[in-house]
Design a protein around this ligand. Sequence first.
Ligand code: BDR
Ligand code: CA
Length: 319
Amino acid sequence: MARRKVIIDTDPGIDDAMAIFFALCSPELEVIGLTTIFGNVHTSLATINALRLLEIAGRTDIPVAPGVAAPLASAYKGPVPYVHGEDGQGNTHLPPPASTPLARAAADFIIEQIMAAPGEITLIALGPLTNLALALRQEPRIAQHVREVVLMGGNAFTIGNATPAAEANIHNDPEAADEVFGAPWPVTMVGLDVTHQVIMDSAHLAEYARMNNPMAQHIHRILPVYVELYRLSGGLDGIYIHDSSAVAYVIDPSLFTTTAHPLRVDTSDGISRGKTWASVSQYRTLPPWQNRPPVTICVAVRGAAVVALELERLRHGLA
Ligand code: BDR
Ligand code: CA
C-alpha cells in the first residue's frame, strides 16, 4: 500500500502532540513535514515543540518549517496556558531541542511540496489557518494540485468552544479560514460537530502509562493539565480528541458521516466572530455563499472506533 504523503500544520498543543504521534504510528501515512502556527502557543514555541516531539518520536528526519507569528488581519490573542500548560506541553518543560527548523517559511514549504508532487500531498491543519491562506495567496495553483485539505476546526451545527459562537482554531484567524473555505480545493472540516463525540475517558487515558514507547510516555506526562481542564469546565471524565480526529479522517473516512455545503466564516467584529456558517437553505443560495465551493463537513462519527484506532496505533509504535 502506498503511503499517503501528509504535511501537518500544527500549534502543539497537547492534542496536537497526540495527533502527530498518531500519524507517525499509522502505516497509511507518510509525514513529509510539520509546519507551525500560533494558537495554543506563540509560533516560536510551536516550532520548538514540533522539534521536541519529533525528537521524542526519533523522527528528526522530518523537517519543520516555521509559520507566521500573527493572523492575517487581527492581533494574536495569545497562548492558552490553562488549556495546554505554559509550555504547550502540559508544563513538562522539556529541554531545548537539539534539532533546528528549516530556514524556509511554512507557506513556502507547503507550496514547494505540493507543486513538486501534484495530486499527492494532503494538508492536515490542526491550528489556525493562516499558513494555508498565505500559501494560497502566494501560489493559487496549489488549490488544483493538492490532494486534499483536512482540517480540525469550526462548528457548523453546534456551539463553539473559544466563544459560544466560535471554535478556537477558526476564532484565532477568521479571515484566513474564510479564504481557505472559499478556495477551489477539496476541503474537509472536522469540527466540534464531531470532535465532541470523540472522547477518551480516564480508562482509555490510563493505557498510555502502560505503553512502553517514548511517544505514549510523553502523552501520559502531558495529559493531566488537559484532563483537569475538561473536568473543571464540563465535568467530563476524559478529554475530547480534537486534532487526532482529523488524522483519523485521513486514515479512514468511513468512520465519519459527512454533508457538503458552501461555508462562510463570520469575520465581523461582533460577538459571533469566527463562527462557521454552512449554507443549508433548500431553496436558494444566498449572496454570501454564492460562487463558493462545497466544503465537506463531518456531522457524525463512530467516536469509539476513532479512540480504539488511535490507542491501537500508539500501542504498536512507529509505523
Ligand atoms: C482546537 O483548539 C486547540 O486548543 C486544539 O489544539 C485544537 O486544535 C480545538 O478547538
Ligand atoms: Ca491544535
